[in-house]
Design a protein around this ligand. Structure first.
Ligand code: AMP
Length: 357
């Protein structure tokens, strides 16, 4: 769990802080409530950026946006077991507390120097699972009993179809985080597009007094969406992992050049993916990379229901998931990635913006 690493925080007057900063490290629900209360009275706004740590430029961009628009930014760092399926990578998920707090300290100095910001990073909330699940952790199984938030049907399709407990875990932990921090605004990345639709739906349907802000997907120069899971890839698979983004871009190009029907738009994506796979399969086992497309979807921007035809006035969402197989015949000294390079599932999406008639 992310909360188990305490070494890079200093304690002064009983308040734990990231060294050389004014960023508090809050570890209990009670400590967040104590910190939050005076700001409800002095009308200082709070922006919350929920993360699972292993921070990269995608997370940092959301924190920058939150600092522009709020007096205080709270970053939560919590690897939420409820959103991992029993066969998924909870045990090996990267936990990089030292690097994360160093990145937050650097960013906070930068925010202090930049006059355009309303606020800075006030606190990191790094709770334990015992704190987040006061009745005891209910378990990762599909039929686990406990207090869960389920957002359907949007949480059942696409990512939800491949990962049946994922959005239940996400919605449940976000409901808890929103209730603990009571943020005026919450910040989520476009990279996890279905998650943004689930969270917006939850906020609307449960009348939560917060505004959902979505920041753009941050990418490596070759187009790969930044993800904490990219560390699993290693060099060989990293080079091929751009295939999903290239496939989605091919579908986008079809839309831009006038195609509106599902077969033409998604056909461009699946053609590109199958060309890349054929190229790889023609290589020797010690050189090639095997992958499977889990899905490539064209869906409605509000409900994520599959579209057979794009209404240009509404646009759509192209999204996909790919499973990169572990490399075959590893070469001597080859960089296989974090945890020996297990199978990695990556997601990405492109928004097809509405076009004027
Ligand atoms: P995670 O730590 O993976 O749970 O992500 C925390 C937040 O960062 C979520 O709102 C993600 O959508 C967002 N995020 C992750 N990767 C990116 C990215 N490449 N660009 C923008 N936001 C991202």
């Amino acid at each position: 769990m992310a909360s188990s690493c305490r070494s890079s925080s200093s304690s002064s007057g009983g308040i734990e802080k990231i060294p050389s900063t004014s960023i508090r490290v809050l570890r209990s629900v009670e400590s967040v409530r104590r910190w939050r209360k005076p700001h409800l009275i002095d009308r200082r706004t709070v922006g919350l950026v929920p993360t699972m740590g292993a921070l990269h430029e995608g997370h940092i961009s959301l924190i920058r946006a939150a600092a522009r628009e709020n007096h205080h930014v709270v970053v939560s760092v919590y690897v939420n077991p409820a959103q991992f399926g029993i066969a998924e990578d909870l045990a090996s998920y990267p936990v990089t507390w030292e690097a994360d707090t160093a990145a937050l300290a650097r960013l906070d100095r930068e925010l202090a120097d930049d006059g355009d910001n309303l606020g800075r990073i006030s606190a990191v909330f790094a709770p334990s699972t015992a704190d987040m699940y006061p009745a005891g952790f209910p378990g990762q199984e599909i039929n686990s009993k406990g207090s869960f938030v389920t957002i359907t049907p949007v949480g059942d399709v696409l990512e939800g179809a491949s990962r049946p407990t994922f959005f239940r875990g996400v919605a449940t932990v976000c409901m808890k985080l929103f209730n603990i921090v009571q943020p005026e605004k919450v910040y989520f990345g476009q990279k996890d597009v279905q998650q943004t639709v689930v969270i917006r739906t939850m906020v609307r349907d449960f009348m939560l007094p917060t505004e959902v802000v979505v920041g753009p997907t941050m990418r490596a120069p070759d187009g790969l969406a930044l993800s904490s899971r990219n560390v699993y890839l290693g060099e060989r698979r990293r080079a091929v992992a751009t295939v999903l983004n290239r496939a989605l871009k091919a579908a986008e190009a079809a839309f831009v050049s006038g195609a509106r029907d599902r077969e033409t738009v998604l056909g461009a994506a699946t053609q590109l993916a199958s060309d890349v796979l054929n190229e790889q399969m023609a290589l020797a086992p010690g050189k090639r990379v095997k992958f499977e497309i889990d899905y490539i979807s064209l869906s409605d921007p509000n409900t994520m229901e599959e579209l057979s035809l794009i209404d240009p006035a509404r646009g759509g969402i192209l999204s996909g998931a790919i499973r990169m197989r572990p490399v075959e015949a590893p070469q001597e000294g080859e960089d296989l990635g974090h945890s020996g390079g297990p199978a990695v599932r990556l997601i990405d999406n492109i928004i097809l913006e509405p076009v004027a008639a």
